[in-house]
Design a binder for this molecule. Structure first.
Ligand code: BTN
Length: 267
């Protein structure tokens, strides 16, 4: 890894770079920091047009147009972590499907390092005590030779609970009693991401770790929403491609590759 030009980083970016150095990681690309911007992922996508290097990072203190999965907004007040990182994976398409899982592991491990007991929920939500504490949005762009770049957007709820979106069962690191320095959290997320990104070369490692960190909802009734499609069934596990195995009411099992999953508490 070569050291990037860090002139545009500002004190926050330089601080995160120093924390990564302390972990023995010489970050190979710029770490851009903004007080406020629309969306860190949208900004990074614009930078991709300028051929910035892999591992370029964009951080924002606040987003005015934060985006979540399934076309939802990601409400982004001051006090949380909003970060996007550029990846250019050189792995086979079937392994690329594991990248969102690897990212979920990285974020869960970073949160656990900060004192939160984090678990992953398919495909890549991170929960504490069954409440969402972090979300990940992986957006790829393809060229003639297949996927060329992936912008991985990560949002972690840090600030007290009154700043959280009301519409979902969410929590934050502060609400869970963890005292968190956001620069340290960002450095941990990036450091764990390098580990699990490189582990994609050994898919069984990623699958084993993800299964160990997963919420224990196998055998329970869940609903998967993917755009306008809604499926209900019993979550039976995750296969080696990263697909959720869903047992449908007619007894057939189907593999679901993307969507939003929630447990249905019946009765
Ligand atoms: C989800 O819906 O669970 C994914 C949320 C991803 C939010 C992050 S915050 C940083 C990056 N910028 C965005 O606009 N979205 C992602």
């Amino acid at each position: 890894m070569t050291q990037a030009d860090s002139t545009s980083e500002g004190p926050v970016g330089l601080g995160i770079r120093a924390l990564l150095n302390d972990k023995g990681i010489s970050w190979p690309a710029p770490i851009h920091h903004f007080d406020v911007l629309g969306s860190t992922s949208d900004h990074l996508k614009r930078l991709v047009q300028e051929s910035v290097p892999e591992w370029t990072v964009v951080l924002g203190e606040q987003q005015t147009a934060g985006r979540g999965r399934q076309g939802r907004a990601w409400v982004s007040p001051l006090g949380n972590l909003y970060l996007s990182v550029l990846l250019r994976p050189q792995v086979a398409p079937e392994i690329l499907g594991l990248l969102p899982l690897a990212a979920g592991i990285a974020v869960a491990e970073a949160i656990s390092e900060m004192g939160g007991d984090a678990r992953v929920k398919w495909p890549n939500d991170v929960l504490i005590r069954d409440r969402k504490v972090a979300g990940i949005l992986a957006e790829g762009s393809s060229g003639p030779r297949g996927p060329e770049s992936i912008v991985l957007g990560i949002g972690v709820n840090v600030a007290p609970a009154q700043n959280l979106p009301e519409e979902m069962a969410a929590t934050s690191l502060t609400a869970e009693g963890a005292s968190v320095d956001r620069a340290a959290l960002a450095a941990s997320v990036l450091a764990r991401l390098t580990v699990w990104y490189h582990a994609l070369a050994q898919p069984p490692l990623v699958l084993e770790r993800w299964r160990a960190l997963s919420v224990p909802w196998w055998g329970r009734v869940v609903e998967i929403t993917s755009g306008a499609v809604r499926l209900r069934g019993i979550a039976r596990g995750m296969d080696d491609r990263g697909a959720l195995l869903l047992e449908l009411p007619d007894g057939a099992t189907t593999a679901v590759f993307s969507g939003e999953a929630r447990e249905l508490r019946l009765g």
